[in-house]
Write a protein that binds this ligand. Structure first.
Ligand code: NCD
Ligand code: ZN
Ligand code: ZN
Length: 344
């Protein structure tokens, strides 16, 4: 096969940031994707319906003329989130999901949740109104090894939470382990999981072998090879539990290449070419549309795009190594392999 056409894909987990960074990275996603679930971990975070609407307007202003891209906004869940404001923003179509960050788990998560019992009434309300909860699934307990944080989160937090609120629709964001994939697969219709592009490509060696490689550092941190293979199997299976959430998370190079480097891989620019390469390697090009274009809208109850994108196989694709922002450069994720699928 040398050409494939898919319904225009969506990105169900994306960081667009704000200001100069937003202006630089928004066109990178809008070029190929139709919609994206926009993460609310700005500084300060997006915690009210009004803030989400204002952020949506800033994103719209940063898009190229006629891009046709729709940002799907989220609220950042805190222990003091107002349930009525949340329900109103959902009913008005301003937000499509709410994001749960355990406090301290990742970039800009200081306002996240410390005591999960405090948000129980909010979760009940979300279950009632059908608003999905997107979860950064890592515990932050000092006694838990960073490579075990996801698996322990499933046992200690996620499973009890879902048992207590069985009607709540939950997305396990950016899963990185075989345990995450197994739990999502067995979780029924109310549970989904996003998988990033980079976790299909790298294992933890990419970060640590031959010197420390900050552009491969993200959270949840990449795990052993057996976990990468479990994610590949899940993504390429066509199983509706799994859909693309790139977690494209730009940081300025000086903040990555730093004694305390930020977590996040910036993959918006070359994501579709990487995914086509990955799915082809696994003999599953026919499953790419389920992962990138069909399963996400199905979970979120939105229509599949009526537009299409076509990928054509040929000579290695050229893409920029860095994107320039008014504040400095951002390195594009290097998949360490040639990419042959060009997005037309
Ligand atoms: N994934 C990351 O490594 N970083 C994300 C936050 C997140 O999604 O956890 C970011 O905002 O930079
Ligand atoms: Zn996260
Ligand atoms: Zn993220």
């Amino acid at each position: 096969m040398t050409q494939i056409t898919l319904p225009r894909p969506d990105d169900w987990h994306l960081h667009l940031r704000d200001g100069a960074m937003l202006r630089a990275v928004a066109p990178e996603t809008a070029r190929h994707f139709g919609r994206a679930i926009i993460m609310p971990n700005l500084v300060p975070p997006v915690v009210t319906g009004d803030q989400a609407a204002a952020y949506r307007d800033r994103i719209m202003s940063a898009l190229p003329e006629g891009s046709g891209f729709t940002p799907l906004m989220t609220l950042y869940l805190t222990e003091t989130t107002d349930p009525d404001d949340l329900a109103k923003a959902h009913a008005d179509g301003i937000i499509h999901a709410v994001k749960l960050y355990p406090a301290g788990a990742t970039t800009n998560s200081a306002s996240g949740v410390r005591d999960f019992d405090k948000v129980r009434p909010l979760l009940e309300r979300m279950a009632e109104i059908g608003c999905p909860l997107c979860v950064h699934g890592e515990v932050v307990d000092a006694d838990v090894d960073i490579f075990d944080r996801e698996a322990v989160f499933i046992d200690r937090v996620l499973d009890p939470l879902r048992r207590a609120t069985p009607d709540l629709r939950v997305v396990m964001e950016h899963i990185t382990t075989a345990q995450g994939a197994d739990y999502a697969r067995e979780g029924g219709d109310a549970l989904g999981a996003t998988i990033t592009t980079h976790h299909l490509v790298i294992n933890r060696n990419a970060i640590l072998v031959g010197g420390i490689k900050p552009h491969y550092y993200c959270l949840p941190v990449a795990k052993r090879e057996e976990h990468r293979l479990a994610l590949r199997k899940a993504a390429t299976s066509g199983d509706p539990s799994f859909f693309l959430g790139t977690d494209s998370a730009p940081h300025l190079d000086p903040l990555k290449e730093n004694a305390c480097g930020c977590a996040g891989c910036f993959t918006a620019t070359n994501t579709l070419s990487i995914l086509a390469e990955v799915f082809e390697q696994d003999g599953a090009l026919d499953k790419l549309q389920a992962f990138a274009s069909l399963n996400g809208p199905r979970f979120y109850g939105l229509p599949v795009s009526e537009q299409t994108v076509t990928l054509t196989k040929g000579d290695p694709v050229e893409y920029p190594k860095k994107i320039d922002t008014e504040d400095g450069p951002v390195t594009v994720f290097d998949p360490m392999m040639p990419l042959h699928w060009r997005v037309d």
